[in-house]
Design a protein around this ligand. Sequence first.
Ligand code: C5P
Length: 397
Amino acid sequence: MFKEKNVLVMVSGSVAAYKSATLVRLLIKSGANVRVGMTTAAQEFITSKTLSILSGNDVLTDLFVGHTSDIVHIDWAKWADIIFVVPATANLIGKLAQGIADDAVTATIMASTADKIIAPAMNDNMLANPAVMRNIATLKKDGWFVIESAVGFLAEGYIAQGRLPEPIDILQQSAVRLRAKNGMLIGKKVIITAGGTREDLDPVRYLTNRSSGKMGYALARAAAEMGAEVALITTIVRENIFGVTNIFVNSAQEMFDVATHEFATADVFISAAAVSDFKPAEIAVHKIKKQADDGLTLNLVQNPDILRTIGQSKKSHQIVIGFAAETQEILVHGQDKLIKKHADMLITNDVSQSDTGFSSDDNAVTILIPNRSPETLPKASKIDIARAIMTRVITLK
Ligand code: C5P
């Protein structure tokens, strides 16, 4: 997202200013060209020397001193593709919301048409101040992407909201948001299932499978990047993705209940979970004990088929997508499932290969859509495969 982009990091005078150094570092590592501007107060907290060395460029601190160009703020404003204001104090937020351009930082920001991201960091009472809240709301209305400050241990010595989120989180949220700007799925709700279901046997044991949930999480990220509101119904705890609500479940029945409920208000359903076809007929109340030399026979019954149920009940505007993990005759089984599950798209993957499919970071899939020729996507990272799948999804209806 930031590779070869011109990124301006504007730092203001909060105790969290030291985190701007990490942000600059991460941006450089991701291939961005980085320049830094600092308010006078910011220089009380971190030196311009540090940020100049990390960014590899002179730091903008003054409109009139130390520049050959007469109109440095215009030059910098034009240069920037993306502007981060991290951390942003109440004072700087107020100026930006009210259109005050009385120093190098505010004048440059105001002269720029770049994408603008701001991360407020301040005392909890300052953050809750009606004037600050008004100014933050104004910035949102003006098209700024405001990163919500986190609840955490403040410099004041207690836990409250006002903390600057970690730079890696700021970058991840911004990447999703910047991609979603012209997203084809803005205003759409996408629900995705992920991970292997767990079927309780007794209070300590359950039946499950090798699914890692990685493909489902990658699809959730790809859908969020296109601006969708995403609900990820998952058995696996992996990461929080901006724009994605994680709903944790265990059994296929729980997944069924949540998925059918969410589907009522959804536009797209993607079934990437490895749902157990069977569950124990009964869950033992106490741990099942070993009996002399006897083995144990499990009595299993069928789980509901989430994908088929949702496929059968879909309305004309709703899109339903399934996955098929196969080890042989992949296309034959895939075509069969496409029809049986009433799906609009079925993605087959060969789970017999160790370098793709379950648990792997990569995948290789074939996309089946009724009345279209199968399309094979060669081995790529799961996020790239997920992005490719989502671009096919928007061609469906
Ligand atoms: O029939 P099979 O399990 O092979 O189909 C795979 C697809 O069906 C996957 O998308 C999987 O998530 C979904 N599925 C389901 N409910 C089940 C079994 C599978 O939604 N009980």
